[in-house]
Design a protein around this ligand. Structure first.
Ligand code: NAD
Length: 480
């Protein structure tokens, strides 16, 4: 059985404990590889390697760093079939989605920051003939990057790329639920000639090796993407050590449909926004708020489209909804469907597990589920489910839509549908979320600030925001 090894000091290494955890293919429910069960000893080795590599990497000229990163980006492109298949098997997402969305985006992340760093500049503030201030932005040192299971290689590269481009050395911890593509990525780093120790990937359980990474006193910045509870735990450990923190956390995103929308487009894109990647994208719209005058018409059209989504074997082209990433998450999502029923919700379609015939009979599949009849403030409508479950709620006017949209503790992304430009601007300005899409969903420009308000996170990723996070700024004031 394939072993997923750590990547420390430029080599694939066994965990110090020599222990491994099972890695399961969620589309079959079967163990198909084993993953290093690392602990604080592996983190220490990774830190030592990163620390030793820092001087060379941070002093390498920008063009040199950029060239190596571009080689890695090219290798992702060259290996797209292998990586897409690995991601689909490891995570449960449809293979076509990995190949058309996630893996190209992982390549783009590396490419983007490899080139962005060549244009990154710092500020100067002139005080006329009295003095000149200029800002130095230097790499922090050894930084930690922790990523989740829903978009494994995409979110892993989204963190490590700006960290490396800015001249830091990295200790990264991918999710233990989906470690495979980060492991394959370590092989690409070796092939590209990334100097040893610049990037170290330590696999294993979050509360064990993830928390050891956060607790390491010499790793002074942590970039984390994952659940809000985990983010709070990381902040609790990191805050007394005054670590720099970037936290990208959960969401409960509203998708607001006004009566004056482009109806067909709103229906089609709302289906995509609700169920892409089994609804396991932090940006998926999980609460569909629909203006009452079109509620019934929209509901019928939406449910009709959802019923067409084929659930099953992620390797088949016709599959639109693959497997839920783990048994634990599968149980959690189904428990929320039960909760919705207890809270008085009506299931319009889906609402149960699904067992396809053939090789995927033991997999973790849930039918795309649409629920109506719940109050905006019940638990189902307030807590993150993070699966193929969406609720529908009518609203009477813009104020009510905003009140419902802003009613949760989260504030990650909002999607809104209207052909009225003024209304679009007003709602976008008043909705409390870090990202707003008007008449589209998940249209991304990597230069833009990315992240959430309230309990969806602290800080922003993307573009200059990420490069600023991964550098220390120092102002130098010269009296003239
Ligand atoms: P998670 O918090 O369980 O795990 C995320 C990562 O943190 C994993 O690598 C895990 O091993 C590690 N971890 C767990 N406990 C830890 C600890 N005590 N200390 C250090 N590390 C620890 O999240 P998940 O279930 O993998 O991912 C789903 C969550 O991620 C959802 O809430 C989703 O909304 C969120 N998410 C947010 C964004 C965003 O950009 N805001 C993007 C994707 C996913």
């Amino acid at each position: 059985m394939q072993k997923i090894l750590n990547y420390i000091n430029g080599a694939l290494t066994e965990p110090v404990s020599k222990q491994y955890i099972d890695n399961i293919d969620p589309s079959t429910g079967e163990v198909y590889s084993i993953c290093a069960d690392s602990d604080e000893r592996d983190i220490e080795l990774a830190y030592q390697a990163a620390e030793a590599a820092f001087e060379g990497w941070s002093n390498m000229n920008i063009n040199g760093r950029s060239k190596i990163m571009l080689k890695i980006a090219n290798l992702i492109e060259k290996n797209i079939d292998k990586l897409s298949l690995a991601e689909s098997i490891d995570q449960g997402k449809p293979l076509w989605l990995a190949k058309n969305g996630e893996i190209p985006r992982a390549q783009a992340n590396i490419h983007f920051f490899a080139t962005a760093i060549e244009h990154f500049a710092s500020e100067a503030h002139s005080m006329g003939t009295h003095a000149l201030n200029y800002t130095l932005r230097t790499p922090i040192g050894v930084v930690g990057c922790i990523s989740p299971w829903n978009l494994p290689l995409y979110l892993f590269t989204w963190k490590i790329a700006p960290a490396l481009a800015a001249g830091n050395c990295v200790v990264a911890k991918p999710s233990e639920i989906t470690p495979m593509t980060a492991f394959l990525f370590s092989e690409l780093c070796m092939e590209a000639g990334l100097p040893k120790g610049v990037l170290n990937i330590v696999h294993g359980l979050g509360p064990k090796v993830g928390s050891a990474l956060v607790a390491h006193e010499k790793i002074t910045a942590i970039s984390f993407t994952g659940g809000t509870k985990t983010g709070a735990e990381i902040a609790r450990i990191a805050a007394p050590m005054f670590k720099k923190l970037s936290l990208e956390l959960g969401g409960k995103n509203p998708n607001i449909v006004f009566a004056d929308c482009d109806f067909e487009k709103a229906v089609t894109e709302s289906v995509r926004a609700s169920f892409t990647n089994q609804g396991e994208i932090c940006l998926c719209g999980s609460r569909l708020l629909i203006e009452r005058s079109i509620y019934d018409k929209f509901k019928d059209a939406f449910v009709k489209e959802v019923k067409k989504l084929k659930v099953g074997d992620p390797l088949l082209n016709e599959t639109k909804v693959g497997a839920i990433a783990s048994k634990m998450h599968f149980d959690k999502v189904l428990s929320y469907v039960e909760l919705a029923k207890q809270e008085g919700g009506t299931i319009l379609t889906g609402g149960k597990a699904f067992s396809p015939e053939g090789r995927c009979a033991g997999g973790y599949f849930i039918e795309p589920t649409v629920i109506e009849g719940l109050s905006y403030n019940c638990r189902t409508n307030q807590e993150e489910i993070f699966g193929p479950v969406v609720t529908l709620q009518p609203f009477d006017n813009e104020e009510e839509a905003l009140m419902m949209a802003n009613s949760t503790t989260y504030g990650l992304a909002t999607t809104l549908w209207t052909e009225n430009l003024s209304k679009a601007h007003r709602v976008a300005a008043n909705v409390k979320s870090g990202l707003v899409w008007v008449n589209c969903w998940l249209l991304r420009d990597l230069r833009t600030p990315f992240g959430g308000m309230k309990q969806s996170g602290v800080g922003r990723e993307g573009g200059w925001e990420a490069l600023r996070f991964f550098t220390e700024s120092k102002n130098v004031c010269i009296k003239l």
